[in-house]
Design a protein around this ligand. Structure first.
Ligand code: SF4
Ligand code: SF4
Length: 189
């Protein structure tokens, strides 16, 4: 999910490492990189699971369709991706969402704009060009932030954050985490 303001981007949620779930379950492509690339829905999706005590009919695992492509590896600003490997310690998504202390200074100037997650590897994947837009209203960007400017983000207060994001994935980092991420980008300028 991207905001409408220039220079600041965030992601609504992150599916995590769904590679084995997606590919082994027959709903995705087990490519040479970390992402589950889904033949029908591509990688912009929300993964979930249901635990059942009944036998189901299984799909077959799907094949690797990356071929010689290395676009996601080449595009990753922090070099977190290697063939078949994601170093989560370097991944912007992990650093801006899961990391609990200051973002290490070594990452300064390695990316711009992302304040909650990162979609770069998904955006460059040619398979995603064929993705169909979802029609799930709960996945639409929050209307309150669609017109947010950079200044709105920079002047965001904890009260406004709580009001707008109280039911959103941004609660994972909380107001302090989003502020930390913005300060980190600012200090990289
Ligand atoms: S999400 Fe961003 S930082 Fe993480 S591996 Fe993909 S491109 Fe690299
Ligand atoms: S960008 Fe290329 S290498 Fe990366 S997942 Fe997509 S097809 Fe595979």
């Amino acid at each position: 999910m991207h905001t409408g303001c220039s220079g600041t981007r965030l992601r609504g949620f992150r599916a995590g490492d769904g590679k084995s779930m997606g590919s082994q379950g027959g709903i995705g492509l087990d490519r040479q990189k970390h992402e589950p690339d889904f033949q029908r829905v591509r990688v912009f999706l929300f993964l979930g699971e249901i635990i059942l005590d009944m036998e189901l009919e299984y799909d077959m695992p799907v094949k690797n369709l990356c071929g010689t492509c290395t676009r996601c590896i080449d595009a990753c600003p922090t070099k977190a991706l290697k063939p078949y490997t994601l170093d989560s310690r370097k991944c912007i998504a992990c650093l801006t969402i899961e990391h609990r202390s200051d973002i290490p200074a070594a990452f300064k100037n390695q990316w711009t704009g992302w304040i909650f997650g990162c979609d770069i590897s998904e955006e460059v994947c040619p398979w995603n060009k064929k993705a169909k837009l979802h029609s799930e209203k709960d996945f639409q960007p929050l209307s309150e932030i669609s017109l947010f400017t950079k200044s709105n983000w920079e002047n965001l207060t904890s009260e406004v954050f709580e009001k707008i994001f109280r039911k959103s994935p941004l609660k994972r980092t909380g107001f302090e985490g989003v502020k930390r991420n913005m300060e980190f980008l600012k200090s990289s300028d």
